[in-house]
Design a protein around this ligand. Structure first.
Ligand code: MN
Length: 702
């Protein structure tokens, strides 16, 4: 069975065995059993070797010896350590290594993976690893080793990720190990306190899953998604599980369509495997969100595997000739591949007895391996790079150093502090995910993650959105700058054309989609008189605009003489490194230097304006605290804030969903340097699992 079909909890009904090579969970369990008893430990590494040989039949004896030696060192150095579950610690590096072996990772990755926690958690030193296993293994182990909490305190997690990403820039295998490590930790998260589970699940959702997606490791990504789903959305998860279990009891309409497809391809003399792949839980949930009621055929997809690239199009031709295709579902990810190595043809056809629509994926066996394992299946990237033709330019030129990773490594250098790095990283990684929002008047809108109400307005009404005067999200009035989340319901409020005043130039700051940006820019091109300063542009004492690029900002302009607005997307506070952009006449929006909006502003041709803090004694910041709901939570949080000597300007408490609540506080700090301490104090309040600086300004309903 493919990994996409596995969920964290088996629905119970017997499943068809589709494909066994990538059944991570089954092998993970074998590893655990094999290693549970001391006298059977050698079996455990035997499983790793077996899995490794299945992908690399020509693995040298020397390589297999290195695996055994690494196991012996890891086992002896972790001996006596227990996981929280009570199992011997060695079960963890073993399970992680099995995951990677199953995905076809090469030997060096597996050796490093066996040793990945030794330097962090035992007396083994990097020098010993280098001596015993060489420079590459040492580099990989160092790459996944956490920075010391003693040195970094609360910044340890962001700094660990920063270190890991920099190491990944030189050797992508660092991230392969980290992803497998996180998968095993997520599988065994049940023993942790609920706050800790939720906190780890959120980081997995915001950072690890997008990284797995971008590196093309579908098998890890889908299982991580299901594990996160179960923790962060327990009610939706239970509902989805019940739906899947119910569906498995009935007739599977995909089976009949698969039989018909096999027959068609046999008659066309195309050699192909036709398989039924169950969707993973999150995928079922997404389909339900998109289409409402689910039908039997929605619980899975057909996967057609062929030998040659050309056969993919042959299969497509036969399917579109012999079945009724759903043309809107056709996507060619072979001619136009995604950024993450993924290649396949996607289509959907109507079954012969009418009614049931089957989604079909068509790919070669090689494409399938890459789709499941991504960069993990690349083998040793350096050995390959040396032997291959120079790659073409673009995102896919070097799969081990993709364009997004280079850009990320560039801006992280400019991130002045761990907090900026962390929030920018999460924002950056959120950018190419898709969300679906519901129109209050029916229908849905597909938008990129991070899209705001401005984007939704233009997606729904085109130029009609110029006369938008407000928006309700989930029945609550809010600002147009509000970022939308998957599943939100949006109601755009329009003024009659004759009374509407047209867009506010600030909307450009909040437009993520080209459609919205182009429409707004063309409005201003046609209405140059619409550029008067908005009422909302409050002067901000404490900022100096210095810069010669923009006429209004020539020489030094001390505020409140000029209109400076702190960007809602990154809420800069002293002493953040900041950069300003003249958005019109004499208004300058100020972003933190690491904010992704800076790149977008530059792309819009906005000239940067130099800005600096002149008085860092006072600062205002918006913080979001995510918590499990409980009595007295609000009182405890506000007390923690007061104890830190911080004034609350406004507070918003959203209604609880699935037992979680989100509090948003706008706070006045006597001194910006107190921010990290304040955030730490808030995180210590019982039930709180995350405190972060708001990505977008708080809802207007405070
Ligand atoms: Mn680990």
């Amino acid at each position: 069975m493919s990994a996409e079909a596995t969920g964290p909890v088996s629905p119970g009904a017997p499943r068809k065995r589709v494909r066994s090579r990538l059944d991570l969970r089954r092998l993970g369990r074998v590893a655990m059993r094999g290693s549970a008893a001391r006298d059977r430990l050698p079996d455990a590494i035997g499983h790793v070797v077996e899995a490794h040989r299945a992908h690399h039949p020509d693995a040298s004896q020397e390589a297999l010896d290195a695996l055994r030696r690494a196991y012996v060192l890891a086992e002896s150095s972790h001996r006596g350590q227990m996981r929280k579950s009570g199992e011997p610690y060695i079960t963890h590096p073993l399970a992680v290594t099995l995951i990677l072996a199953q995905l076809g990772a090469e030997t060096t990755t597996l050796v490093a993976s066996l040793l990945h926690d030794t330097v962090e958690d035992t007396d083994v030193t990097l020098d010993q690893v280098r001596e015993g296993f060489g420079e590459e293994v040492c580099y990989l182990v160092d790459g996944v080793t956490k920075v010391e909490k003693i040195d970094y305190g609360a910044a340890a997690e962001p700094e660990t990720f920063r270190k890991m990403l920099v190491a990944t820039g030189n050797d992508v295998r660092v991230m392969s190990i980290k992803l497998a490590d996180r998968l095993h930790n997520m599988r065994t998260l049940g023993v942790m306190r609920p706050e800790k589970q939720a906190r780890i699940a959120k980081v997995t959702r915001d950072v690890l899953i997008p990284l797995a997606e971008r590196l093309g490791v579908q098998a890890l990504k889908t299982e991580l998604e299901d594990l996160v789903f179960a923790i962060l959305h327990p009610e939706e998860y239970a509902k989805t599980r019940a739906l899947i279990a119910e569906n498995e009891r009935g007739r599977n309409p995909l089976a009949a369509i698969a039989d018909d497809v096999r027959q068609v391809l046999r008659e066309a003399d195309i050699e192909a495997e036709v398989l039924i792949r169950r969707r993973h839980f999150v995928s079922v949930h997404r389909v339900r969100m998109k289409r409402g009621e689910l039908r039997g055929a929605d619980f899975g997809r057909l996967l057609v595997l062929v030998n040659e690239d050309a056969d993919c199009y042959g299969v497509l031709g036969e399917l579109h000739t012999c079945f009724t295709p759903v043309v809107s579902e056709f996507k060619d990810f072979i001619a136009v591949p995604k950024f993450n190595l993924y290649q396949s043809l996607h289509t959907a056809v109507v079954g012969r007895d009418g009614g049931d629509v089957a989604e079909v994926l068509i790919r070669t066996h090689q494409m399938h391996k890459v789709a499941e394992a991504g960069v993990v299946a690349l083998g040793n990237p350096y050995a390959q790079a040396a032997s291959e033709e120079p790659a073409p330019d673009g995102e896919r030129a070097d799969p081990t150093r993709p364009g997004w990773l280079s850009r990320l490594l560039d801006w992280q250098q400019a991130a002045p502090d761990p907090d900026t790095f962390w929030s920018s990283l999460r924002e950056e990684l959120a950018q190419d995910r898709e969300i679906t929002v519901y129109r209050a008047d029916g229908g849905t809108l597909g938008l990129p993650a991070g899209a705001t109400c401005v984007d939704a307005a233009y997606a729904q009404y085109g130029e009609g959105a110029h006369f938008c005067i407000g928006v309700r999200v989930n029945d609550r009035l809010t600002t147009l700058s509000t970022a939308l989340r998957d599943g939100d319901t949006v109601q755009i409020l329009l003024a009659p054309r004759e009374t509407g005043s047209g867009p506010d130039a600030e909307w450009l700051d909040h437009a993520r989609t080209p459609a919205a940006r182009i429409a707004i820019k063309s409005w201003f091109a046609a209405h140059p008189d619409g550029l008067e300063a908005p009422e909302s542009a409050e002067p901000r004492p404490g900022l100096t605009v210095a810069g010669a690029r923009h006429s209004a900002a020539n020489a030094v302009v001390d505020l409140p003489g000029a209109s400076v607005r702190l960007a809602g997307c990154c809420t800069p506070v002293p002493p953040d490194a900041v950069i300003g952009f003249a958005v019109r006449g004499n208004v300058v929006t100020v972003h933190r230097e690491g904010c992704p909006a800076v790149g977008r502003m530059a792309a819009l041709g906005r000239g940067p304006v130099g800005v600096r803090w002149v008085d860092s004694a006072q600062c205002r910041v918006t913080l979001t605290a995510e918590s499990f709901g409980r009595p007295h939570l609000l009182a405890d949080l506000t007390e923690a804030i007061a104890v830190e000597g911080v004034a609350i300007v406004s507070a918003t408490v959203e209604p609880p969903t699935e037992g979680r609540v989100r509090h948003t506080y706008t706070l006045q700090l006597p001194d910006a340097a107190r921010l990290p301490g304040l955030m730490r104090a808030m995180r210590k309040v019982a039930g709180v699992y995350d405190v972060s600086r708001a990505q977008h300004r708080a809802a207007a309903t405070s």
